[in-house]
Design a protein around this ligand. Structure first.
Ligand code: FES
Length: 117
């Protein structure tokens, strides 16, 4: 069963922007607005844990701010290291709020990420 968590107001995330969100249980997710569609990934880069929510977003590709690895925020695929994807999580919008299901990972995860891999 999905465990939806309210993580932000929809209008906090402007078009083309990214942001890090720190959950109460210590996990981190990153939100991205790609042409008006909200995507959510693990915030922890699969290289050495850089904050993807602070990365530069271009289209659906975010560039990690620490060493430049690139990820699809839609699929979690790592363009630099296909063997090191990050998890992506389901997103739902409800009454102007962004809800995510951090237990419903759809992809891989880096060290220390929500899947604990
Ligand atoms: S921590 Fe993300 S590229 Fe190094």
């Amino acid at each position: 069963m999905a465990a939806w968590i309210d993580v932000a107001a929809r209008d906090e995330l402007v078009c083309g922007a990214s942001m890090s969100v720190y959950l109460e249980d210590g996990r981190e997710v990153a939100l991205f607005d790609v042409e008006g569609v909200v995507h959510c990934t693990d915030n922890v880069c699969s290289h050495v844990k850089g904050p993807l929510g602070e990365g530069h977003l271009e289209g659906e590709i975010v560039t990690c701010p620490w060493h430049g690895w690139q990820f699809s925020v839609r699929t979690g695929e790592c363009l630099d290291r296909p063997d090191r994807p990050v998890a992506v999580f389901p997103v739902r919008l409800e009454q102007g709020r962004i809800l995510v299901d951090p237990d419903g990972a759809l992809g891989g995860s880096g060290p220390g990420g929500p899947l604990g891999v």
